[in-house]
Design a protein around this ligand. Structure first.
Ligand SMILES: Cc1cc2nc3c(=O)[nH]c(=O)nc-3n(C[C@H](O)[C@H](O)[C@H](O)COP(=O)(O)OP(=O)(O)OC[C@H]3O[C@@H](n4cnc5c(N)ncnc54)[C@H](O)[C@@H]3O)c2cc1C
Length: 545
């Protein structure tokens, strides 16, 4: 029987991948099998992700295949669904075959990072875009190009203004880098859109404290603020995003910003799979000792990276950065080797070398070994350091080439559209929001989950409220079934949560589920005849469109 120990690493980010690489170096193949579970088969170099928005770096240049980075590690590209610490089992999601897989371990490393958490922020999940993964960066780039294309076509001045307004929540490094790249990109490509050349672009950064970049010293943060403002970014301080609709961002102060693009880099929380873990936590993060061992599971389980609450030997809280995650990985791998071979656990003592943040267009801020640098030299330093840090020669060459090409030629404007499998989604509306106007083309059917709305008929310049719809009612089907335009306007009376079924999905459902089709055909027949509020016994009490 094999005496090799089974090491399972959960998460293929900085913490997980660097732990696997370090273990491969320290342990002999006959000492342990290493398995890494990650939902993607690649590792993402997050510090360079904002540059994907402008296309100054190609989409795939910020990722490396995990199999190549860790050749001796068995990669399981699945979702971690459950961790059973007592029975030493990890359950991962089904693949093509609809069965879960159980992976036993002797030693476990938890490095699942964190997620952007919009809990308690109505409408944010549906309308705000997070910015952490390659998919987020791709989606944002495509969305920005899409709104520019739409703004170029749109006649309605209000809508055009909304399309050209970009709101970013969170003034930490990722928020600042995202607004800087996005603002630079939009302003530099605007000239290629004939009808947008003279239009204003509004870029807004919202931050909850008195100044941006809390990780940096005052002069550097103020320098960054000055540069951003000079480039046309509006900075709103001491305020935060609290809600969103498809038409606007809503701030805590009550300020509303009409827009079609909201990106939020805050707030963060641990992945949901960790919330179920029965172990000590601090603000949702796994509480570990200074040797990165999970409390109550010492010698078996280590946690590191953004999902762990770590203190150095000197008692300082460790920030969630890539430079710390890679050093934690070395400590973790050394300690696992010590647990296998019998040795002392080492303590995490790294205090950080400094911080760097890019503002794009030849400007950055850097605080290294106590020195404060800003402007062109900091930008050059930023590029050299991050290029040196990315593992492998190929990505280094590709990124250098991208930067060179970007210096000589204008940014690429092609949209890489990826068709969605299903567009059924939730949507949030605030009181007074128009869900659709009389005369609009029918593109979706709506099911009210919470709240109320009015059905308003406009005739000869006068408005008449035909009915008020409540939770459980559905509307919008008539225009879809008859292929005509909407015959009434729907306006939210209270805050509403609505399930939106786009035409394509609605057609698929009614063609494949006769009972579903019959419900809507019958409803449309009754509404066409009545054109007046239905009785209270009926499911949906009014003619709706
Ligand atoms: C835009 C941006 C810019 C940044 N810039 C900098 C910078 O300039 N300098 C710096 O030092 N730091 C920077 N950071 C922070 C740095 O990237 C993080 O601190 C670092 O990535 C943390 O590493 P991690 O391994 O803990 O988490 P991550 O790198 O997030 O990795 C977690 C991994 O776990 C996987 N995962 C999560 N849940 C599951 C599940 N249930 N099943 C399977 N897999 C799962 C994820 O897919 C991911 O691959 C930046 C972060 C962002 C978002």
């Amino acid at each position: 029987m094999s005496t090799r120990k089974q090491i399972v690493i959960l998460g293929g980010g900085f913490a997980g991948v660097y732990t696997a690489r370090c273990l491969e170096r320290i342990l002999r193949p006959d000492e342990a099998d290493i398995c890494l579970v990650n939902r993607e088969n690649y590792w993402v170099y997050q510090p360079m992700l904002p540059e994907v928005i402008s296309g100054s770096i190609g989409l795939t240049d910020v990722v490396s295949p995990i199999r190549r980075l860790c050749p001796r590690t068995h990669l399981v590209m699945r979702e971690v669904e459950e961790v059973d610490l007592k029975n030493k089992l990890v359950t991962v999601s089904p693949g093509f075959r609809p069965r879960q897989k159980k992976i036993p371990f002797d030693y476990l490393v938890i490095a699942l990072g964190e997620v952007t958490n919009f809990y308690g922020m109505p409408g944010m999940l549906e309308n705000a875009m997070p910015f952490r993964t390659l998919a987020d960066a791709m989606a944002l780039r495509n969305h920005v190009i899409h709104v520019l294309e739409e703004a170029d076509v749109e006649e309605d001045a209000d809508l055009r203004r909304k399309l050209l307004t970009f709101v970013v929540g969170g003034g930490g490094f990722s928020g600042v880098e995202v607004i800087a790249e996005l603002n630079n990109f939009v302003r530099s490509v605007k000239k290629h859109y004939i009808r947008l050349r003279n239009q204003d672009v509004r870029s807004v950064l919202v931050h909850s404290r008195g100044r941006i970049l809390p990780e940096m010293a005052d002069p550097l943060a103020l320098f960054a603020q000055k540069i951003l403002k000079k480039r046309g970014v509006e900075i709103i301080l001491n305020d935060r995003l609290v809600a969103a609709t498809s038409e606007k961002a809503i701030l805590k102060s009550g300020l509303e910003i009409p827009c079609k693009t909201i990106i939020s880099t805050v707030p963060s929380a641990g992945p949901t799979v960790l919330a179920k873990l029965d172990c000590p936590k601090e603000k949702g993060k796994l509480l570990v000792t200074s040797s990165l061992q999970l409390q109550s599971f010492e010698g078996q389980v280590w946690a590191l990276g953004d999902c762990a609450a770590i203190k150095t030997v000197s008692g300082k809280s460790v920030p969630t950065t890539a430079q710390h995650a890679t050093r934690e990985a070395t400590t973790c791998a050394t300690n696992i080797a010590a647990a296998i071979r019998g040795g002392k656990q080492s303590l995490f003592a790294f205090e950080g070398l400094g911080t760097l943040g890019s503002l794009g267009h030849g400007s950055a801020v850097a605080q290294i070994f106590g020195m404060k640098i800003s402007g062109l030299f900091a930008w050059f330093l930023w590029r050299c350091i991050y290029l040196a840090k990315i593992p492998g020669i190929k990505p280094k060459v590709r990124i250098s080439m991208d930067w060179f090409v970007h210096l000589l030629f204008p940014p690429d404007l092609a949209q890489t559209r990826v068709e969605q499998e299903s567009g059924i989604k939730n949507q949030h509306f605030e009181p007074g929001d128009i869900i659709f106007h009389q005369g609009d083309l029918g593109d979706s059917v709506y099911v009210i989950q919470q709240g109320e709305c009015d059905v308003i008929k406009e005739e000869n310049g006068a408005q008449r409220t035909l009915a008020t719809l409540q939770a459980g009612a559905y509307f919008g089907e008539m225009a879809l079934l008859s292929d005509k335009t909407r015959n009434a306007t729907i306006q939210a009376r209270t805050a509403m949560e609505v399930l939106l079924i786009p035409k394509g999905d609605f057609d698929t459902l009614r063609k494949s589920v006769p009972a579903f089709a019959e419900v809507f055909h019958e409803l449309a027949r009754r509404r066409a005849v009545a054109h007046a509020p239905l009785t209270s016994e009926e499911k949906s009490p009014a003619p709706q469109d």
